[in-house]
Design a protein around this ligand. Sequence first.
Ligand SMILES: NC(=O)c1ccc[n+]([C@@H]2O[C@H](COP(=O)([O-])OP(=O)(O)OC[C@H]3O[C@@H](n4cnc5c(N)ncnc54)[C@H](OP(=O)(O)O)[C@@H]3O)[C@@H](O)[C@H]2O)c1
Length: 292
Amino acid sequence: MSLPAYVAPILDSTSSFKSNIFEGKVLFCTGGASGICRGMTEAVMRHGANAVIIGRRLDRLEQTSKELSAATGRSCISAQADVRQPKSLKEAAQKAIDVFGRIDFVICGAAGNFMAPISGLSENAFKTVIEIDTLGTYNTIKATIPHVRATKGAYISVSATLHYNATPYQVHVSAAKAAVDALSNVLAVEEGPHGVRSNVIAPGFIAGTEGFDRLANKNDQSNGFSAPLGRFGDVKDVANAAVFLFSDAASYVTGQVIPIDGGAEHLRTTFFPYPQSVLDPTTMQKLMKGKL
Ligand SMILES: NC(=O)c1ccc[n+]([C@@H]2O[C@H](COP(=O)([O-])OP(=O)(O)OC[C@H]3O[C@@H](n4cnc5c(N)ncnc54)[C@H](OP(=O)(O)O)[C@@H]3O)[C@@H](O)[C@H]2O)c1
């Protein structure tokens, strides 16, 4: 007979933090039109901040801006930009200044992902993920740093846990996110004396997101996955961590990489059956973009 395991509750940040802690603050969030970054933006807005969300698809950006403004009673505007283009990010940062007069918080969250083995991943596909995740994070920091210094604000870069051990079919994202972790740590060291903090949130598997759907087997989402806290992550788990890291409660926290994964990294389980998934990649074919 198996004993029932504890399952962590999914809570709203307003159950732990006051609703006005970010009153008058402004968030600049790349990738904010969807998924985890949208959830983080909504949570930060629920505590009083206005927000600018950045992405390439204008229709989705505008729709999300409207929905977030309506849901939170704060103002969310969109700025269309490709994080691979420094000029478009600088224009987005200027738009934030023109409309709101300041930038306090930055989330570097835009990213791309798909499954492919090294042997089937094109050089161009590898480069594209590095350009969006790593260079995009760098470009976002560069475009916003004078404004964040001015407010003694804080950065959160969104990374992952899949590079803590080697995850098959994820070499491009693993390399890109390892670089993001390093980038954020150097930012923390260089900018700490200016009053700016920089931390990384490393989500585990967050259910209900595009990224999760792309990686998980739709027929059997569990894939043998287990976490000490009993479930896949929820967007709210990551959003709560963002609220904490931007709050004054984290005023002595910088240069940290914080996994939000229910402790799963310590179990060191492989998400895909190994070595079968590598020896016979056709078993993973449905999840793959790159050719085998
Ligand atoms: N989902 C998970 O389980 C999971 C696990 C670990 C880490 N993460 C990380 O969490 C973050 C969010 O993931 P998600 O699953 O929520 O993904 P998502 O919904 O696919 O979000 C990605 C966002 O980035 C934007 N984006 C992509 N390329 C861009 C570019 N070149 N310029 C500007 N914006 C761009 C997209 O908007 P446009 O397409 O309109 O540009 C989209 O809004 C990512 O950093 C991801 O690596 C997710």
